[in-house]
Write a protein that binds this ligand. Structure first.
Ligand code: BGC
Length: 754
């Protein structure tokens, strides 16, 4: 009780200092700074360092636990005010317990900030972020983040480690599932939508969470797509491709950043002063705090950068990492480093200030238990509101890749449908990899979704299991890669069917952190199953469930219908069935290029032309001897059950901007949505520019025969770029402007930009 009194006295003191009532937001900020400063004034060095220490809860471990990470020690540290945050403590009762120790037993009673990986939902899962990105629907993505925040906040959580805004061009990297794909423009817009969704307008609203832009920086550029691997990138790529989504998240007010496991150009990101102090906190004036990734401070030792944990703590603190996630380096080493003059106390105070500010903004000092309401927990988590939103997002995330002879949508009656594939009845995989709080086997499967359409005759056979490979996740997921014993059942039902729906791809844990793959084909014997079934019935719709682009080149050449359905979360099967039966007209567009073969990777639409550009397939041109330069499906591509025609592309210069307009008509039989995309090419520049760059998009809906003229304004922001000094410059000259429903559009014109 005494501790609460002290805390309250401190707060009363803050308010006392600010009796003149804050009217403007500047005044509010000043008040906040005064509160933080007053608190810092009464904190010891050890207590400030305590704010910089984050411990994992005692369950939901998401990474290797350092050997000294015993629960008893954590408890002692909580009581001494040596812990600023905990992650992976969830549920109102559990959060209340740890918060109570911090608030009631530590000297100053400073509340904890409770972090959790709310990546695409909490208990109710929405589609994996790569899938949501395929919707190009910023409102829906924002709403999805809002719902996730509301559900997680009802479980006591107040900080999410999302969004991941790493650009990824290499489908071998398992974490492509967690981002928005390969494009910095789309990635920036989606990152902002997610930040705004999680944080809302007012962080003290108990239905919101503080967000975290991660992983700063270049984690998505791991060499050979192998997770945690070295990133070695040039300045032009760093400034123009990797950093823009982080900068946009910062400008949208993201409260925290997370640094990353990888080294960038020889310096581990966690100890990188250039990234954290010079760019983030220097050039960008970022005022939030930076948390390390799990154990990434101590990982600077095996990186060959720090000689021991103390040295690692020194490097991380001096280079701008404010909070130590699970390395135990700050709590054990920082105080003596300050005493030895190796880390200045000002830097410690600065880090503690950044962390305390966010806690004040969350309103945790007013009520540390504001996220701990058991009634709210019961009504919000898993509610209809959550599932309705998850279903809506899931439908919007589906991409129709191929639809020959209008095999889709399926007729609703009088059909014999054979449903084949282990993933078709899998209630776990649609939940994806980041589903720490979801109930196992809680997703609606495709089988269940299709059973709701009762006027067709539906039969089901597993056909083939999906191979997962080595994993430390539940052993039942390690399925046999060579077992073809169930092929015959699949062949038997396929022979009798009018249409075969095959659900193939990856199980939920096959993408995500540490789930890199060297082969991007359908795992296990699924390809063989597909080809075997094709021999007895060619009328196949292939539904893909996967966390990354796959090299389904044979399927594209042979299978008439292909639907990209990713891992769509709790409502997956309902969303897929509604699309298959035409109750929802798909409008998703790929946020990442699909390669034809793994040898083309990394492959992305916004590549540089080179001095010997393809596609000439002659020997001294930039090409492969054994593969075309073209992808299987380009970035921005996706079909609909209707068709769209683009005409009358017009461009003009006006007051330093370029105006672009085009008329789009729905030329098909049904209502549909289209993502209208604008790309530019800066023909000659002082630093070479890509052959195409997305610079605008709009999601429109048209009824049959309806036309709309869409206008985009390209300003300096869209027409400029970063030079190798990191300065944003705009150069007049010739620009090509492309417009269409995919990055491979040929509708273009040229303009002289003045
Ligand atoms: C991941 C982060 C995640 C953290 C906490 C790490 O392994 O790289 O993205 O937020 O664990 O779970």
């Amino acid at each position: 009780m005494r501790k609460i009194l002290i805390l309250n006295l401190v707060i009363v003191f803050f308010f006392g200092c600010n009796q003149q009532t804050a009217t403007t937001s500047t005044k509010k900020l000043n008040d906040l700074d005064q509160k933080v400063d007053s608190l810092l004034n009464i904190m010891t060095l050890e207590e400030k360092i305590g704010q910089m220490n984050q411990y994992n809860g005692f369950w939901d471990v998401t990474g290797p636990v350092p050997s000294n990470g015993d629960a008893a020690k954590k408890y002692e540290h909580l009581k001494k005010g040596l812990v600023g945050s905990m992650l992976n403590v969830r549920g109102v009762e559990n959060v209340r317990k740890v918060q109570k120790i911090a608030v009631e037993e530590s000297r100053l009673g400073i509340p904890l900030i409770i972090g959790f990986d709310v990546i695409h939902g909490y208990e109710t899962q929405s589609p994996i972020p790569l899938a949501e990105s395929a919707s190009w629907d910023l409102k829906a993505i924002k709403k999805s983040a809002q719902m996730a925040a509301k559900e997680a906040a009802a479980a006591g959580i107040n900080w999410t480690f999302a969004p991941m805004v790493d650009i990824s061009r290499d489908a071998r990297w398992g974490r492509v599932m967690e981002g928005a794909g390969e494009d910095p423009f789309l990635g920036s817009k989606i990152g902002v939508a997610r930040v705004e969704g999680f944080q809302g307008k007012d962080l003290s609203n108990p239905y919101t969470l503080a967000a975290c832009a991660k992983h700063f920086a270049a984690y998505g550029f791991a060499e050979s797509g192998k997770d945690y691997n070295t990133a070695d990138v040039g300045l032009s790529t760093l400034y123009n491709t990797i950093l823009p989504p982080f900068k946009s998240a910062h400008e949208a007010g993201v409260k925290t950043f997370m640094n990353s496991f990888n080294e960038l150009n020889g310096i581990p990101a966690t100890g990188d002063k250039f990234l954290q102090r010079d760019i983030l906190k220097g050039k960008w004036h970022y005022e939030g705090f930076v948390v390390s990734d799990w154990g990434s401070i101590m990982e600077m030792i095996p990186h060959g950068y720090a000689k021991d944990k103390k040295h690692a703590a020194e490097l991380a603190a001096n280079s701008g990492s404010d909070m130590d996630m699970e390395s135990y380096a700050y709590v054990n080493e920082l105080a003596s480093l300050v005493k030895e003059g190796k880390v200045s106390e000002e830097l410690i105070t600065d880090s503690a200030r950044r962390i305390l500010r966010v806690k004040f903004e969350l309103g945790l000092f007013e009520d540390p238990y504001k996220y701990c309401n058991s009634d709210r927990e019961k009504t919000v988590i898993g509610s209809k509101e959550m599932h309705d939103a998850a279903l809506d997002m899931a439908k919007k995330s589906i991409v129709l890749l191929k639809n020959s002879n209008n095999i889709l949508p399926l007729k609703k009656s009088g059909q014999k449908i054979a449903l084949i594939g282990a993933l078709a009845s899998d209630k776990n995989s649609p939940l994806g990899n980041w589903r720490l709080a979801a109930k196992d086997n809680s997703a609606i499967s495709v089988l269940e979704g299709m059973q709701a359409y009762k006027d067709n005759e539906l039969s089901y056979a597993e056909g083939a299991a999906v191979y997962l490979g080595e994993t430390n996740f539940p052993s039942e997921l390690v399925l046999n890669t060579t077992d073809k014993s169930k092929f015959n059942e699949a062949i038997a039902i396929a022979k009798k069917a009018d249409v075969v729906v095959m659900v193939l791809g990856e199980v939920g844990y096959q993408s995500g952190e540490a789930r890199s793959r060297a082969d991007l084909g359908l795992p296990g014997v699924q390809q063989e199953l597909l080809e075997t079934v094709y021999k007895v019935n060619k009328n196949i719709v292939l539904v893909l469930n996967n966390g990354r682009p796959l090299t389904i080149t044979w399927a594209d050449e042979n299978i008439p219908g292909i639907v990209e359905a990713w891992q769509l979360g709790s409502q997956s099967g309902n969303a897929i069935a509604q699309v298959l039966y035409g109750d929802y007209n798909p409008s998703g567009k790929l946020p990442m290029t699909f390669p034809r073969s793994v040898g083309q990777v990394p492959i992305y639409y916004n590549y540089k032309n080179t001095g010997r550009p393809g596609p000439k397939r002659e020997v001294f041109w930039s090409h492969y001897q054994d593969e075309t330069n073209k992808p299987l499906y380009p970035f921005g591509y996706g079909l609909s059950y209707t068709s769209f025609d683009y005409k009358d592309l017009k461009v003009s210069n006006s007051s330093g901007n370029i105006n672009v307009s085009v008329e789009i008509t729905n030329t098909g039989q049904v209502k549909g949505k289209e993502v209208v995309q604008v790309y530019i090419r800066d023909i000659i520049a002082s630093v070479t520019r890509p052959v195409k760059e997305l610079k605008g998009f709009e999601l429109i809906e048209l009824t049959p025969s309806e036309s709309k003229t869409i206008t985009f304004q390209l300003t300096k922001k869209e027409l400029g770029f970063y030079n190798n000094q990191g300065d944003f410059i705009v150069e007049p000259g010739e620009f090509q402007i492309f417009i269409g429903g995919s990055s491979d559009t040929n509708l273009k014109t040229t303009i002289d930009y003045k």
